[in-house]
Design a protein around this ligand. Structure first.
Ligand SMILES: Nc1ncnc2c1ncn2[C@@H]1O[C@H](COP(=O)(O)OP(=O)(O)OP(=O)(O)O)[C@@H](O)[C@H]1O
Length: 228
């Protein structure tokens, strides 16, 4: 559950990226965040994993109040959130297996549990046979599958994806969307910032449109609403 009340974000250089955002997102929803370049989409999703902090306003995520979250509670908060980026952000010297296991090792899982959970999640994204490969030895779509696997291996309640298909060709993008739908079908909330008119208009979900730091549209099974 995500609750935002009158959230503002002004960066240190004086640019106000969010201008009073209020929104409720329930557990299990699939939400696209759309809008023109520079509208505030990335800032909006970055608030959700505490990459940026609001200048003003209230933000509750998974029953935790981010306005007064203590530093010592940040790791606990982040464990409930999986994040996926346009450029994958995999560790190039680690294998596929190690990239995913890393997320578990830091929370002190036993080696046996780690192996089972990594292999289960690789199975889900269809990459069990590439566990020993290095990221460079994979296609873009495969690398994005690894980053999805890494994001969900801790079973987070919320998955945040900032332009996850931005570097992928259309066919690969559809395959990645199937993986997101599968994760959502298991009850995980998905928040996806995207510029893909084709995806938003074909795989219908809730659409939140942001322009000049404000929510200008919030529609169930909405359209993309801009020229691509
Ligand atoms: N770290 C930062 N410091 C200063 N200004 C920033 C920072 N990050 C973003 N901005 C500014 O905030 C505004 C919103 O940016 P944001 O990245 O949230 O937009 P966006 O909708 O995600 O854009 P795009 O679709 O191009 O990725 C822009 O004017 C941008 O220049």
């Amino acid at each position: 559950m995500i609750i935002m009340k009158d959230v503002y974000k002004t960066y240190p250089n004086g640019v106000t990226a969010l201008n009073g955002i209020s929104v409720d997102i329930n557990q299990g929803e699939f939400v696209y965040i759309v809008g023109p370049s520079g509208a505030g989409k990335s800032t909006f999703v970055k608030l959700m994993y505490r990459e940026v902090e609001p200048t003003r306003g209230q933000l509750m995520i998974n029953n935790m109040d981010l306005s007064d979250l203590k530093e010592k509670n940040v790791p606990h908060f982040r464990r409930e959130i999986g994040v996926i980026f346009q450029d994958f952000k995999l560790l190039s010297k680690l294998s596929v297996y190690e990239n995913i296991a890393f997320a578990l090792e830091v929370i002190e899982e036993s080696p046996k549990n780690i192996r089972k959970r990594v292999m289960d999640v690789l199975d889900l994204v269809g990459l069990k046979n590439k566990a020993r490969f290095l990221p460079d030895e994979l296609s873009g779509g495969e690398q994005q599958r690894v980053s999805i696997a890494r994001a969900i291996v801790n079973h987070p309640k919320i998955v945040i994806a900032d332009e996850p298909t931005g570097n992928l060709d259309p066919e690969t993008s559809w395959e990645i969307m199937k993986v997101f739908e599968e994760i959502n079908a298991r009850g995980t909330t998905i928040l996806m910032a995207t510029h893909s008119k084709e995806i938003v208009n074909s795989i219908k979900k809730r659409v939140i449109a942001i322009e000049d730091g404000l929510i200008v549209r919030d529609q169930h099974r909405g359209e993309y609403g801009y020229e691509s």
